[in-house]
Design a protein around this ligand. Structure first.
Ligand SMILES: [Zn+2]
Ligand SMILES: [Zn+2]
Length: 232
């Protein structure tokens, strides 16, 4: 059994639903997270509704318990190590599902103090912090599929839609591009469970940057711990 997520069309940027892009939500007063490598603000990637066990919700009302929010640094692609779990250049945050508000964008740094080669203006800076589109991610259960790749092929064949409309999968077994990098929980040291696997997205203008690879977010429910990494 595999649960894919597929391109579900535009959705409100601050919706409390499973989505790629849009604006990050957090308890009021939360500051925009920054990168431990470069000190700059992280890019907001996506959020996923989790149930009480820390698994991604795959449909049906009344299960919303928490949100998983994912961020990664895009200030210096290839330099800040946002592909490494717990590098500080990415962030996987577990939040309560209620009482959240959009995190205000950080104030851009003073242009007079910027580096001489910094040609970015304010709108360019926003582009680095937010994706160019907000997409709903629709769960698609494929009971017969053995793994992500066979599920993706079966879905594309059944619907006639392109394979790149598959945005990833929820829960289940990671389809690694390299070796198994399942992280251990920082609190209990047990192997963590896949909550979501992500593709970059169908449109390169609005895509997440995983070096043309795949990203993986893991949770440990009892400890409310989460970790994020990508491979290419
Ligand atoms: Zn950085
Ligand atoms: Zn744990």
């Amino acid at each position: 059994m595999t649960t894919l997520i597929t391109e579900g069309g535009p959705v409100t940027a601050d919706a409390t639903v499973t989505r790629i892009g849009g604006v990050p939500l957090a308890p009021p007063g939360t500051a925009w997270p920054s990168c431990a490598d470069c000190g700059g603000p992280l890019q907001f990637l996506a959020q996923f509704v989790l149930d009480g066990s820390g698994a991604a919700v795959t449909g049906g009302p009344g299960q919303q318990d928490r949100l998983l929010a994912l961020f990664a640094c895009q200030n210096r692609p290839g330099v800040c190590q946002d592909w490494e779990a717990r590098s500080g250049a990415n962030l996987a945050l577990i939040l309560p599902a209620q009482g959240l508000a959009p995190i205000p964008l950080p104030v851009p740094s003073d242009p007079d103090e910027g580096e001489p080669d910094d040609e970015s203006d304010e709108s360019d800076e926003d582009d680095v912090l937010l994706l160019g589109a907000t997409r709903a991610a629709e769960p698609q259960l494929l009971p017969e599929a053995q793994n992500f790749d066979s599920a993706r092929a079966a879905w594309a064949a059944r619907t006639g839609r392109p394979r790149n409309h598959v945005l990833g999968q929820l829960n289940g077994t990671p389809a690694w591009l390299q070796y198994d990098q399942t992280p251990n929980c920082a609190t209990c040291a047990e192997p963590m469970r896949l909550a979501v696997q992500l593709q970059e997205g169908p449109d390169h203008l609005t895509a997440m940057n995983f070096g043309s690879g795949r990203a993986y977010a893991f949770t440990c429910s009892p400890c409310a711990d989460a970790a994020f990494l990508w491979q290419c």
